[in-house]
Design a protein. Structure first.
Length: 292
């Protein structure tokens, strides 16, 4: 059986992918910042340690595949500061260097749609990037570092660019869980604020995203970059209308310009790994609502 290391295994994607790969008979080792009461077999902490300690653990495991989610996420932090940037880039470069020196290992490096410039058209893997903050700068530099190494050393590696995606495992500080909680708690002012922002973008179900990662591993293909997205625009207001029966109390005459959220072109993923979307963001909202 093939061995997989997942860094950031306590996050939404780490949890879903771990369960999926175990079901598919992979041996999964989970790297986390901090263990919790649910972390038992095959969990290892990475925080407050020198990288050589992590390297020794990877040496012991002898993985066939590394999926590197692990990084701080600015979505619910006040700011992704220089300290976060340096820490995340250092750890990620060390992972890439390890795979460079052990190039039989397949590396899946996770990136984010936040690397792209605003674009009225669907963005592709070749669309221009823009480091608008420390987080996008970290993601762009990590990808560039990997692709430079890949070209020189012929690594079996791919940068996956993930667009927004949610599930019942999503951290409660993110927008969709907060929105569902506000709906169930009848927080009209918060809902009115969100409604008036007319937030929209490319939203998927996290299970579809993780299934694509599994297919990438299974098929053993290694495109340089691959976008994983729904490929269509969804308005958050649609979710409010579906779940909030008192919708008439939050509507406003305030005229705000619609936020032009990025939409990803997922055709390459469909072509290369045969990816099919089975769920959507409404399904994720229903699951969160049920578990909230």
């Amino acid at each position: 059986m093939k061995k997989v290391i997942i860094s950031g295994a306590n996050g939404q994607d780490g949890i879903i992918l771990s369960k999926l790969l175990i079901k598919k008979k992979y041996v999964v080792f989970k790297f986390v910042k901090k263990k919790n009461k649910f972390n038992r077999k095959n969990y290892f902490t990475t925080s407050n340690k020198k990288f050589y300690n992590i390297k020794n653990k990877i040496d012991d495991i002898k993985p066939d595949i590394i999926v590197h989610f692990g990084s701080d996420n600015p979505s619910y932090k006040k700011k992704f500061v220089n300290k976060d940037y340096n820490k995340n880039l250092f750890f990620t470069k060390n992972i890439i260097d390890y795979v460079t020196n052990n190039n039989h290992i397949k590396l899946v490096l996770i990136s984010s749609s936040q690397i792209f410039k605003k674009n009225k058209k669907k963005v592709t893997e070749n669309s221009p990037t823009y480091a608008k903050d420390n987080y996008s700068k970290f993601r762009i530099e990590s990808a560039q570092y990997l692709l430079t190494k890949k070209k020189k050393f012929k690594l079996n590696a791919t940068v996956l660019i993930l667009f927004n995606h949610d599930s019942k495992y999503r951290n409660q500080k993110f927008l969709l869980p907060r929105l569902i909680k506000a709906i169930k708690s009848d927080k009209v002012n918060f809902l009115r604020e969100i409604y008036n922002q007319k937030i929209n973008g490319d939203f998927s179900h996290a299970e579809d995203i993780c299934n694509a990662i599994y297919l990438l591993i299974k098929k053993n293909v290694n495109p340089d970059k691959l976008i994983l997205s729904s490929g269509k625009r969804t308005y958050i207001n649609k979710i409010i209308k579906i779940f909030y029966k008192k919708i008439k109390y939050i509507k406003s005459n305030k005229k705000n310009k619609s936020q032009n959220g990025l939409i990803g072109n997922n055709q390459l993923a469909k072509k290369i790994i045969g990816w099919k979307l089975k769920k959507n963001i409404i399904d994720a909202a229903k699951e969160i609502y049920k578990n909230c």
